[in-house]
Design a protein around this ligand. Structure first.
Ligand code: G4F
Length: 354
């Protein structure tokens, strides 16, 4: 039997990395779409998937160019297509609403339109987001909760979700959306708050810096492990009928809790190092997200496994290890703080710095 062919748009991101590993382990022939510049500068831009490069086939294309997307689909003729690529940093979408909307909305539209023309039997996954719930209408959020996006990013994801559903209903495409809540890992980009915290804490532990600046500490998120969330994506495309699913843990924690725990795991006191920076607040915030993944559990048989505490520990451990200050050995900053203040590791509280 010939191998099933999967195409991942956004293979160089955190989710693309985990999904490519999963599909290769399942025996798929895996193709990825990357920007042309990435093919010209693989050492830098393909670093995250360097260990997979001899097992995946990469194709240069741009989310801004319908012909380039069309060409790749015609060449690869995938059985399954995972559309993960996007301008995915919510904060940046306030700085450039136009490029976020152009890239995310048109990119999704181009993918769907090309699939409809070239490979109408290809199964399509769209990376929806809990950011679509925005100013939440209910707790917890489910597949039927009303959307009220609070950023150009959120709006672009609602548009992508609607496009995906419309191609399913109007043209019979096997097209699904995963409404994924925040999902993290040691492979997370440094611009997102969890990695900013784990890497920042590791830098402090290594003595490279002394403080970590964060914005809204009160925002609450439902954080799961990215490696488990890509399994839900794959399961969606193995069903008899296409549908949309919330993927979440059902547990929610504030940014402050994440940071506090990360410092604690690293043997540091957050009060000595955490600084509140109001410049990092967003013009419109999504204050509270917590998902109900009951439908994914009952239909897909999907269940998250990693707890909040395990996730934070895994990220902090990996970053401390990478900076040469593994957990279990006293940190450089703890030692120097102790010398400077023999009475204990006291420091300025967050409130004083607002
Ligand atoms: O880590 P974040 O940037 O993730 P956000 O905005 O929740 O979006 C992520 O999850 C979505 C799924 O719901 C994805 F669709 C999206 O692509 C992305 O992966 O911010 C989380 C929270 C926010 O409330 C933010 O205001 O952390 C708060 N925060 C506080 N200080 C900060 C910071 N966020 C960042 N990035 N950097 C800070 O210094």
């Amino acid at each position: 039997m010939s191998k099933r062919v999967a195409l991942i748009n956004g293979i160089t991101g955190q989710d693309g990395y985990y999904l490519a590993e999963l599909l290769l382990a399942k025996g798929y022939e895996v193709h990825g779409i990357v920007r042309r510049v990435a093919l010209q500068d693989p050492a830098h831009r393909l670093e995250r998937i360097a260990h997979l490069l001899d097992r995946v086939r990469l194709h240069g294309a741009s989310l801004e160019s319908f012909p380039s997307i069309y060409r790749v689909l015609a060449e690869v003729r995938p059985d399954e297509c995972y559309h993960l690529a996007a301008q995915s940093f919510v904060s940046y979408s306030f700085d450039d609403e136009f490029s976020t909307l152009n890239t995310n909305v048109n990119g999704t539209h181009y993918m769907l339109a090309a699939i409809k023309d070239v490979v109408p039997n290809c199964r399509f996954y769209f990376a929806g987001s809990s950011e679509m719930f925005g100013k939440i209408a209910e707790l917890p959020q489910t597949e039927t909760t009303r959307f009220h996006p609070r950023s150009a990013y959120g709006i672009s994801k609602v548009a992508g979700f609607d496009l995906t559903r419309n191609y399913r209903e109007a043209y019979g495409l096997f097209a699904c959306s995963g409404i994924l809540f925040n999902h993290e890992s040691p492979r997370r980009g440094f611009e997102f708050v969890t990695r900013k915290i784990s890497f920042g804490v590791a830098r402090i532990r290594a003595g490279i810096t002394d403080c970590l600046h964060l914005g809204n500490l009160e925002a609450k998120r439902d954080w799961g492990h990215a490696g488990e969330y890509v399994e839900a994506m794959w399961r969606m495309l193995q069903q008899d009928v296409p549908d949309d699913f919330v993927v979440a843990t059902g547990d929610t924690h504030s940014v402050a809790e994440f940071a506090q725990l990360a410092f604690e795991i690293a043997g540091l006191d957050h009060r000595d190092h955490l600084r509140l920076d109001v410049e990092l607040y967003r013009p419109a915030e999504v204050h509270l997200l917590v998902g109900n993944a009951q439908k994914a559990r009952s239909v897909l048989g999907w269940q998250h496994r990693t707890s909040f505490e395990q996730l934070v520990r895994q990220m902090v451990t990996a970053d401390c290890q990478s900076l040469g200050c593994p957990l279990g050995i006293p940190s450089v900053s703890a030692v120097s703080s102790y010398r400077a203040v023999p009475g204990g590791l006291t420091g300025p509280g967050i409130q004083e710095l607002v």
